[in-house]
Ligand binder design. Structure first.
Ligand code: MG
Length: 326
């Protein structure tokens, strides 16, 4: 069935759209109440984040907009050390969208929410004129644990920089799809709950953490260095990159340091905890390729020791990058 403007009317067709595609799949006690807003328990400090997802294509190798919109929001909560608990989702659906596609995306959202341990507690659908497209906004709420202070401002000289795995996969998967290039590269879109839980449970002193998304590793490291008023020095040969992604980037002249990801994080930890933190991340879901890639210095900016023995400054992504990657 195709979505029509009637599905956005707020009347019977809207009710059927919500009922048939979303409500059952996201079912939980809080959502099922179908009130004007969700009421959830909470006494601690809470973390809140919101993000809109406009990725195209809606389905790609290794994922889809449904998995992406949960991962992106969950990972932003995790980056401050919050425990992700609740998600709201707003769907903007263009007329002509196929309900089979919407069902697959809702299934993917439900599965990723379940994997992440979050409940989808509120949602909204709107239908607009268009050509079968879909946009999703998700807001996430997490609970802060007491005594956790993870912030971009907390990097200190001699801290160690850990990267949780291969970079560039999401970017390469999306671009391969758009360019009709046949390869087996898959997006890395993944919720990083397990590895962050591992670090927190084992009392690793995390100074700063960021998920590495659009803008890539280079941009994230520059932002960390600037926020903390420090420098960061990394070694190119330590940065894990899939062999196919490396070849793909080389052919197209893409800078690995600015390629987008959706299931990777950078953790800045003191030297005393760095080996233990690396071991924990490697032992957790999606962390098997983690590496220590460098350390924090007293300088400024991000410097990379290149594989051929040179030294270059790493900048933030400037300009457009790849549009609609997330
Ligand atoms: Mg983020």
């Amino acid at each position: 069935m195709k979505i029509t403007m009637a599905h956005g009317s707020g009347g019977k067709a809207t009710g059927e759209l919500i009922e048939k595609i979303f409500a059952g799949r996201f079912s939980n006690e809080i959502l099922d109440a179908m009130e004007d807003c969700a009421v959830v328990p909470g006494t601690a400090q809470i973390a809140i984040t919101t993000d809109s997802f406009v990725v195209t294509p809606l389905e790609y190798s290794g994922g889809d907009i449904g998995r992406l919109c949960i991962c992106g929001t969950v990972n932003d909560l995790l980056a401050r050390g919050a425990k992700p608990k609740y998600i709201t989702c707003g769907f903007i659906i263009e007329e002509g969208a196929d309900t089979d596609l919407l069902e697959r995306i809702a299934d993917s959202m439900a599965a990723t929410a379940s994997e992440s341990g979050v409940l989808i507690v509120a949602g909204d659908t709107k239908v607009i004129e268009g050509d079968g497209g879909l946009y999703i906004n998700t807001t996430g709420v997490g609970i802060m644990q007491e005594g956790i202070d993870i912030s971009c401002k907390n990097c200190k000289p001699e801290d160690v920089v850990i990267l949780s795995g291969n970079i560039g996969d999401h970017h390469a998967a999306i671009l391969s799809h758009r360019m009709n290039i046949d390869n087996t590269i898959e997006s890395d879109n993944a919720p990083l709950v397990d590895m962050v839980e591992g670090l927190l449970e084992n009392k690793i002193e995390i100074h700063a953490m960021r998920d590495v998304t659009r803008g890539g590793l280079g941009t994230v490291l520059c932002e960390l260095a600037r926020s903390s008023g420090v420098g960061i020095e990394i070694q190119e040969e330590k940065i894990p990159v899939d062999i196919q992604v490396r070849a793909f980037a080389k052919i197209l002249g893409l800078d690995i340091m600015h390629m987008g990801n959706e299931g990777k994080l950078v953790a800045i930890v003191p030297g005393k905890d760095s080996e233990r933190a690396l071991e924990i991340i490697r032992g957790r879901k999606y962390g098997e390729n983690a590496q220590i890639i460098g350390y924090v210095t007293e300088g400024a900016g991000v410097t990379m020791l290149t594989s051929i023995g040179g030294k270059r400054m790493v900048g933030e992504l400037i300009g457009e990058g790849l549009p609609r990657i997330c």
